[in-house]
Design a protein around this ligand. Structure first.
Ligand code: SME
Length: 165
């Protein structure tokens, strides 16, 4: 993050959703859209320490896009493994305040203390997820859940309609 002063979170979230609604219409390539979202979230929300989008391919999650200080070794995750596999296979949000206390957690970055994973779904079908790591304990609250859910709803509807070329 730069030292520039950011508007309050609520305003930023509204402006992100406005930007994304336009981007979903404009960007024809789902992978590029996924990358734009990861970069936007990582650069605009200082408590999002690493942002990735995994999509389901067969029995695995594959990392289609990410932004953050370093790459993850988890570019593929089986659907039965990690918080990522749990969220994709249950269709539920995983919001874990302390990853060291959660047995589902698959370790990635030593700096990661909390993690949120929100499924990208539409019509009861899960297509993938947004995965965000936090360097602070309990980095994500109910507002993050609602905000990321809105983003994933837009992405899920778009993916259901057009897929990815
Ligand atoms: N911690 C994740 C693995 C992916 S990385 O955090 C990028 C998990 O438990 O599924």
């Amino acid at each position: 993050m730069t030292g520039a002063k950011q508007p309050p979170l609520e305003e930023r979230r509204e402006s992100t959703l406005r930007w994304l609604r336009a981007e979903v219409e404009r960007e024809g390539d789902f992978r590029r859209l996924a990358q734009a979202i990861c970069t936007h979230l990582y650069r605009n929300y200082e408590h999002y320490s690493w942002v990735g989008i995994y999509m389901i391919e067969g029995d695995r999650l594959k990392l289609w896009a990410w932004d953050g200080p370093q790459p993850t070794q988890h570019v593929e995750i089986p659907l039965h493994a990690g918080l990522c596999g749990w969220a994709a296979s249950t269709g539920q949000i995983a919001n874990v305040p302390d990853v060291s206390k959660d047995e589902r957690y698959l370790q990635c970055f030593a700096s990661c203390k909390s993690e949120i994973v929100v499924p990208i779904a539409h019509g009861g079908r899960v297509f993938g997820e947004i995965d965000i790591d936090g360097d602070q304990l309990a980095a994500f609250d109910g507002d993050d859940e609602r905000f990321l859910q809105q983003i994933c709803d837009l992405l899920g509807a778009r993916y259901a309609a057009t897929g990815a070329p």
